[in-house]
Design a protein around this ligand. Sequence first.
Ligand code: MF3
Ligand code: CO
Length: 290
Amino acid sequence: MSKLGRNDPCWCGSGKKYKNCHLTFDSKLDMFRFQGAVVPSRKLIKTPEQIEGIRKSAEINMAALDYVGSHIKSGVSTQDIDDWVYTVTTQMGGIPAPLNYEGFPKSVCTSINDEVCHAIPSPDIILRDGDIINVDCSTILNGYFSDSSRMFCIGEVDPEKKRLVDITKKAIQVGLDQVKPWHFLGDMGSAIHEFAKENGYSVVREIGGHGIGLEFHEDPWVSFVSKPGTEMLMVPGMVFTIEPMINMGKDDIFIDEENGWTVYTADGMPSAQWEVQLVVTEDGYELLSW
Ligand code: MF3
Ligand code: CO
């Protein structure tokens, strides 16, 4: 990293002098790095302009999820959901980020009951009373990425499954309460893990959240079974997702061998997931997509 003079323009693009902008920030980051902490690279620290671009992308993402929320019901196919997401997203000028992402064939992930995540929409999959489903939407607008997911309960849902959905939603807030600058991602991940365990559930270990903004998946990888004081340091301007997959039974999972995408619980018990995207601020966080 080149050494910036105090009076040079700041690297962040604010136009301010370095000494009046990120100099204190960089010294603090250096101190943490010196102590052995994993610290974010500059690419992971978004400018106000980039954050505004992500906000606009997220408006479309949330509109697509809102549309799903007001039309989803028993009898609907997961292909119908895919069609809605594609239509809302493109009509608003966005691109569904999952479409053709590493070969993913559809515009959204629709994961039902024991499907943990990344399930592929199909006209043959019809929602039935008692199903719980995660709809995971991601949008690209002007090169900026947004990503969030919600659970929906179809008709009368067994109280045990309803509780899994509700506790998983609460787990998001438990995690968000730990998002503070100069604290660690592990503080957030462990809070979610402990909360899930207290409620009798397990948390998927192999799949996590991620940095996001200029790409779909950026560093850091975000675990929800991590330990306090470990993983990357959270600093203002970092944008990432909180998206724990919480299982009613054991945490073991497997991937569908035929399609290479759909993740299932190994014990066939239900799994739930909610996802939000946030930016770390000077005093906590701001939600960008939910
Ligand atoms: N939206 C998922 C996430 O939260 C990623 C889905 S990738 C896809 O990271 F290709 F399956 F869509
Ligand atoms: Co995500």
